[in-house]
Ligand binder design. Structure first.
Ligand code: SIN
Length: 281
């Protein structure tokens, strides 16, 4: 059966039909997956059955895996590239990060080389009265850039933001070593995609703590105005999870946030891998 790419919403995201990751994709099939991610920012492959090894192998097709600072605590034995996002508690201890990514962000913007792409595989999805909970929302920051008035684009292009690991309240405890590993870093607030050349806004309300060369009040005003602009309804795709979904997103093109509208006994378990990215330009 051939593969088909169907836009998931007018703003962003696409569903790829006819791809069996577990069986392995040949180079031609993977090229379709890669092109869909570049074009749509988020891809969804439903009905997959993965082992940790198969997820890591699929992750490697996109690039070198990145090791998340949470993996030491919530990793999978034998597959350190995967860490668990979950509200499940076993023997009195959480098995994963409970409230990961609650606010709008793009992964590892606090690092000199932020994550290129992120992959989640849904193992358990919370359901209440037949309705799946715990959706993940994606906002297209490239569409947000395109929609800015030219005068605004001219004003902000070339500005650099300060991104600080300590800016966002984290859902899991953070060690002094984690903080020391990620001192504040500057990135362009309008970045160019390394593969497509498309520009996107690169700024987030919590992670971005200042704009280089601007006073605090001006910085805050600009950060908040642009952060609000990125997450306008017209730029959003809201993903409703099903067990077996694999979702991959491009951290240059989209921002995301997880909706925390569920609690035990509704269980949520996602396996997460990340792919190394480039220094933003
Ligand atoms: C994240 O990676 O930010 C979490 C996404 C989710 O749990 O839906």
């Amino acid at each position: 059966m051939g593969m088909e790419v169907r836009p998931a919403s007018p703003a962003t995201g696409a569903e790829i039909l006819g791809a069996d990751i577990g069986a392995g994709l040949d180079d031609e099939e993977f090229a379709i997956v890669r092109a869909a991610l570049d074009r749509h920012g988020v891809i969804v492959l439903r009905g997959q059955t993965l082992t940790p090894e198969k997820q890591v192998a699929f992750t490697r097709r996109f690039g070198e895996p990145e090791f998340n600072f949470n993996a030491a605590r919530f990793g999978i034995d034998g597959s350190p590239e995967i860490y668990l996002i979950s509200n499940i508690v076993e023997f009195g201890a959480p098995i994963g990060t409970r409230r990961a990514g609650e606010t709008w962000h793009t992964d590892m913007s606090y690092a000199e080389r932020p994550a290129g792409a992120t992959m989640l595989y849904a193992v358990e999805v919370p359901v209440l009265h037949g309705l799946a909970l715990g959706d993940t929302c994606f906002a297209n920051a490239a569409a947000a850039w395109d929609a800015l008035p030219p005068a605004m684009q001219e004003e902000i292009e070339g500005l650099r933001g300060v991104f600080d690991f300590r800016g966002r309240k984290r859902s899991s405890p953070v060690s002094a070593e984690d903080i020391a590993q990620y001192p504040p870093v500057e990135h362009p607030i309008v970045r160019t995609h390394p593969r497509t050349g498309r520009k996107s806004l690169y700024i987030a309300r919590d992670d971005c703590t200042g704009i280089v060369g601007k006073d605090e009040e001006t910085s805050r005003g600009l950060i908040e105005a642009l952060a609000d602009h990125i997450v306008r309804t017209d730029f959003i795709y809201q993903h409703r999870w099903q067990v077996g979904d694999v979702v991959v997103w491009d951290n240059c093109t989209v921002q995301h946030r997880a909706i925390q509208d569920y609690d035990l006994p509704q269980r949520r378990l996602l396996w997460r891998t990340t792919i190394k990215g480039d220094i933003p330009v």
